[in-house]
Design a binder for this molecule. Sequence first.
Ligand SMILES: [Zn+2]
Length: 313
Amino acid sequence: MAERLRLMCVHAHPDDESSKGAPVMAKYVDEGHDVLVVSCTGGERGDVLNPKLADDPHILRDLAQVRRDEMRRAQEILGVQHSWLGFVDSGLPEGDPLPPLPEGCFALEPVEVTAEALVREIRRFRPHVMTTYDENGGYPHPDHIMCHTVSMAAFEAAGDPTAYPNAGKPWQPLKIYYNQTFSRGRVVAFHEALTALGEESPYAAWLENWDPAREREVTTRIRCDEWFDRRDRALLAHATQVDPDGNFFKVSREEQARVWPWEDYEAGLSYIPIAEGEDDLFAGIPADVTEADALATSGTLTIAHDGRKERTA
Ligand SMILES: [Zn+2]
């Protein structure tokens, strides 16, 4: 039995964990590691995106509770632990000009407040590795951008004994990665697979509008097609958020395993060197958990890889 290393995956809303990185989480769970998903918000301001459930009065009466129930089912399917950070969904502002964000929402909270909540979770769970989104959120939702901001602030503060002294004993996670599930390589592979089958590709417009300035560096590519089934079942557990006939399921699982059996990640900050062609989020961390824990509390770590960038979107 492998030693139980610990992975914390920070996400903005319930359902984000199932669309970004889910097969990799299930793989690590099956390999004996501990995986914790942290949802920053409850997804209270999401819309019902599944047309079959759009007018369901039970759902419309209490969407927040429905989403908590959906998250519990997804958690069970993936086999992960889960905690709510307890902030309120900011909603996706739409219109021109954009309306102001609602008072009290996650994206408007001072970063000292949101970071302290996450530092407390980090010091409790003591992850060796974390994941979050890149500085542009991976998708321009204010909660996704805040998810990045709070994750990076908490990653940097959690090991500092002078930061948030009332939020637990210092613990320094060794690396933090950005989910890059929708890397260009994968979108191209899916587009070509559909085109070859003579099917309409929802990715054509996406690729036409691709901004080369926003190309991401994939440092870490993890083979996980064995767990695509678990990912899809977890996604479908978020029944209000996922249209079972939608784009997520356009390319069959078999075809996905053939053309793109991986999940992509980009190293954000790391105290461990990131080797070329890395294929494991725990790469370079001692497999002996006592040794790995000693490293995270040594207080003598120096940054080995800094992939941070300025926000462009
Ligand atoms: Zn989201």
